[in-house]
Design a protein around this ligand. Structure first.
Ligand SMILES: [Zn+2]
Ligand SMILES: [Zn+2]
Length: 177
């Protein structure tokens, strides 16, 4: 997503078209905004921007982290795969990313916020429990000369017809896993 799009999509504090929808098991974006408001009041003494100025969204594609925060653009994105595996962690992740709206890194100010939130009864962690479950690899491309293999989650364009082995320059073969 470009910054331009980010600007356009921010602002209403509600779910908009184009954002990843949440599966039934996970809280709706509207519910996330409500939690954001409640946590901002309980733990942040309203130092955070109002919900209208923040974008909170689900991402089905985020597999490398439980959540991400883009403080300058005021975007919080939560991983669908991670929270399907750990649905009890939605609030924990949301709180973690909310801290990042004020503290972009995990420097000294970060643990201070962790402590403050815990003292007020909130649960928040520095690290996620695990990596989000990666999407399953479905395709394999292999070199008929050296046997080098590469696995992908999505099928390469034209069944990998245009891809060649890095080592030998031979056209790779495709196999469905
Ligand atoms: Zn973090
Ligand atoms: Zn090869």
């Amino acid at each position: 997503m470009t910054q331009q799009e980010g600007k356009k999509r921010r602002g209403s504090g509600r779910f908009r078209e184009g954002q990843d929808d949440a599966p039934d098991k996970l809280p709706s974006p509207e519910e996330l905004y409500e939690r954001y408001e409640r946590f901002a009041r309980l733990y942040f003494d309203n130092q955070l921007p109002p919900r209208e100025q923040v974008t909170i969204e689900w991402s089905r594609r985020m597999t490398s982290a439980a959540g991400r925060c883009y403080p300058k653009r005021r975007i919080i994105r939560l991983s669908v795969p991670y929270h399907l595996a750990f649905p009890e962690d939605v609030d924990v992740t949301l709180l973690h990313e909310m801290i990042h709206l004020l503290v972009p890194n995990h420097g000294p100010a970060f643990p201070q916020w962790l402590q403050r939130i815990r003292e007020r009864g909130g649960e928040v962690h520095r690290y996620a429990k695990a990596r989000a479950t990666p999407a399953r690899y479905r395709w394999e491309y292999w070199c008929p000369r050296c046997g080098a293999k590469r696995r992908t989650k999505r099928r390469l364009n034209h069944g990998g017809k245009h891809y060649r082995c890095r080592r030998c320059g031979v056209r790779v073969k495709e196999r469905r896993l």
